[in-house]
Structure formats: structure tokens, C-alpha cells
Design a protein around this ligand. Structure first.
Ligand code: NAP
Length: 261
């Protein structure tokens, strides 16, 4: 086949590669955070994985290194603001952040104790703000741009029974994404969110094993299936990469059409 070259006047597809870029992924020991870390490492990033359980993040980092990728792991509780600040100061700057650590304790609001409200808002909102703040401080001090990717949820766009606090937290994350995008755009830092539908992880598996709940969920997804970990990997790499260079304050719905219906 004759090799043809694109003329210099033709636009070129920006690269999705992340070679040489450092990435911090919170809650990277399992589930969606692990998938984000693998995706970024496979795209060439040097990934730092953090969570509270050392064996999980270390296991993922070891597997990534064994496959020839660049990865390290550390124990970090992202709800401990002082530790987060120290960690990012000592190990950053991070031009890519996946703000992923999050949780849910589904129940009607009237049955939700103060402690559960605190746990969800502390991790899903306050810790996300603190981690983003420290990463932005590091980038601005270094005069570097970057990409912050918030793992939000379709529940950041719609409501659902038994999810009032979770929805409040994810709608907050969506607001944070837009506001921070406005604030840090002039520094060349982009902020976007990825909003998955239900994916079977430790957070959701027990609920999804209940056939009535699973059927209720599937009925709301036009594509007719639950999400899988690999479904969020492309969107995360895309948002981290130069292919998304003009995207900020945006929300990528990875929901099989849940919010379109
Ligand atoms: P998961 O399987 O429960 O994993 C959560 C991860 O976060 C774990 O690595 C956990 O590790 C870490 N983590 C929890 N508390 C932490 C803390 N204080 N400091 C640092 N790390 C912490 O959950 P997932 O389903 O993958 O969910 C990840 C994100 O996706 C969450 O923000 C969730 O809201 C969002 N999401 C999930 C779904 C879904 O259907 N699964 C759908 C939409 C959005 P340690 O316990 O070791 O710290």
C-alpha cells in the first residue's frame, strides 16, 4: 500500500498518551480507583496510588510495575487534611489527580444517623476539596498546568430514593468541579468529572446481588447493562490527556443512558 502523508495544513489528532506525567489516584486499591490507576499507567503516566489499606494499593502498584509500568503506593487517609497536605507537599506536584475515594450508606434520610451523614460528606465532599486544594497549591507553586478528574456519579445529576445524602454529596462535587474550573483555568489546570452508573464494586455489590434492586437498576439503563470497571478507563485517560485540552468544568456521563431517559 502506498504510504501517504498528511499535509502540514491538516489538523492532527492530539495524543492520548500521558508519558512522563505524574498522577495521583485516591482510593486506588480496588474498584473504580484501581481501574483509573491502571488506565493512567497503561497510557504512560507515573501513578501514585493511595488509600487507607496498604496491602491493596501496594498489590496494584506491584502488579503495574511487573507489567512494565511506573507506579508507587502509599497509605493515606484523605479525610485527614494535615496528612494530605504533607503528603502532596512531599511527593508532588501532580499534574493529574483522580479524586476518586468515596462511599455510600444508602438509606432513607429519616433513617440516616448523623454519623452516616458525616462519613459520606466528609469523604465525598470535604476530602475531595482538600485533596484538590493541595494538588492545585502544588501545581501553582511549580508553575505547572494539570488535569483534575473527579469521580462523581450519575447521582450528581439526578435523584434517587435512599440516596439523599449521597446525591447531595455528588451534586456538591459537580458544583465544585465547575467552580474550581473557573478558579484554576488561568493556571492551565482543568477540572472535569466522570459520572458512572452502577458498577459492581465493594461499594455496591451487595445491593446489586439483590435481584429486585438489580432489575430496577437495569430498567433505567437504555443500554441494558451495568457499568464495568473498563467503562471508566477511556474517559479518565481522555480527560487527563491533551485530547481534552479545551475541556474544563464538564461532566462526562458514563451511565448507559440513565440520565438521558
Ligand atoms: P470501593 O470499591 O468501595 O473503593 C473505594 C476506594 O476508596 C478503596 O480503595 C478505599 O480503600 C478508598 N477509600 C475509602 N475511604 C478512604 C479514605 N478515607 N482515604 C483514602 N482512601 C479511601 O468504591 P467504588 O465503587 O470503586 O467507588 C469509587 C468512587 O466511584 C466513589 O467516589 C463512588 O462514589 C464513585 N461511584 C461508584 C459507583 C459504583 O456503582 N460503584 C457509581 C458511581 C460513582 P480503603 O478502604 O483501603 O481506604
Amino acid at each position: 500500500m502506498r504510504e501517504t502523508k498528511l499535509g502540514a495544513d491538516m489538523p492532527r489528532t492530539p495524543s492520548w498518551r500521558l508519558d512522563g506525567r505524574r498522577a495521583l489516584v485516591t482510593g486506588a486499591g480496588r474498584g473504580i480507583g484501581m481501574a483509573a490507576a491502571v488506565a493512567l499507567a497503561e497510557a504512560g503516566a507515573d501513578v501514585t496510588l493511595v488509600a487507607r489499606s496498604a496491602p491493596e494499593v501496594q498489590g496494584v502498584a506491584t502488579a503495574l510495575r511487573a507489567a512494565g509500568h511506573r507506579a508507587s503506593a502509599a497509605t493515606l487517609d484523605v479525610t485527614d487534611a494535615e496528612s494530605v497536605a504533607r503528603f502532596v507537599r512531599e511527593t508532588g506536584p501532580y499534574p493529574i489527580l483522580v479524586n476518586n475515594a468515596g462511599t455510600n450508606r444508602p438509606a432513607p434520610l429519616t433513617d440516616t444517623p448523623d454519623g452516616d451523614i458525616d462519613v459520606m460528606l466528609d469523604l465525598n465532599v470535604r476530602a475531595a476539596l482538600v485533596v484538590a486544594r493541595e494538588v492545585v497549591r502544588g501545581l501553582v507553586a511549580a508553575g505547572q498546568g494539570g488535569s483534575i478528574i473527579q469521580i462523581s456519579s450519575q447521582m450528581g445529576h439526578v435523584g434517587a430514593a435512599r440516596r439523599t445524602v449521597y446525591c447531595a454529596s455528588k451534586h456538591a462535587l459537580e458544583g465544585m468541579t465547575k467552580a474550581l474550573a473557573c478558579e484554576v483555568g488561568p493556571h492551565g489546570i482543568r477540572v472535569n468529572s466522570v459520572c458512572p452508573t452502577f458498577i459492581a464494586t465493594d461499594m455496591t455489590r451487595a445491593q446489586l446481588e439483590r435481584q429486585d434492586f438489580r432489575a430496577e437498576v437495569l430498567a433505567k439503563i437504555p443500554l441494558g447493562r451495568l457499568g464495568e470497571l473498563c467503562d471508566i478507563m477511556g474517559p479518565v485517560v481522555f480527560l487527563a490527556s491533551d485530547a481534552a485540552a479545551l475541556m474544563t468544568g464538564a461532566s462526562l456521563l458514563v451511565d448507559g443512558g440513565w440520565t438521558a431517559a
